[in-house]
Design a protein around this ligand. Structure first.
Ligand code: ZN
Length: 140
């Protein structure tokens, strides 16, 4: 059963449209699997990201992490992200494990919209990575 059980709102669909637009910028000569991501900030602004591959395959970075890194580099308050949307061309587009770890670090309470079973579903970021290693984990 998918973790994305909730029906997307108009706001989720609008954010997903931003993610779809970001897919066009993906650099994916090897996989040809275009991914776009869009972060919704509390002030209403949106920051997008796309996946970027490399001939040294392990150097690739996902769309979700690109959007996070870009936001931080722009000086935004990454903890004020309220929602994230991920766009893929296929029927399944959940964030990978590395991205789940990156997202839960900054906005565990945000909603995340992604494609599952061919439909857009919504979950809470924290629910995608149970028992996550979080900043408080370092406080022993
Ligand atoms: Zn990823």
């Amino acid at each position: 059963m998918s973790l994305a059980r909730r029906t997307p709102s108009d706001a989720h669909r609008a954010l997903h449209d931003h993610a779809v637009a970001a897919q066009a910028h993906a650099y994916v000569p090897y996989s040809r699997f275009r991914v776009g991501a869009a972060l919704q900030f509390a002030d209403g602004s949106v920051v997008t990201g796309c996946n970027v591959e490399n001939a040294a395959y392990s150097m690739a970075i996902c769309a979700e992490r690109t959007a996070v890194v870009r936001s931080i580099a722009e000086g935004r308050d990454i903890t004020s992200v309220t929602a994230i949307a991920v766009a893929v061309d296929g029927a399944e587009g959940p964030p990978c494990g590395a991205c789940r770890q990156m997202l839960v670090e900054f906005f565990p309470d945000a909603e995340i919209a992604f494609t599952t079973g061919g439909e857009l579903g919504v979950a809470q970021v924290r629910d995608l990575l149970p028992a996550a290693f979080i900043p408080e984990s370092l406080d022993a």
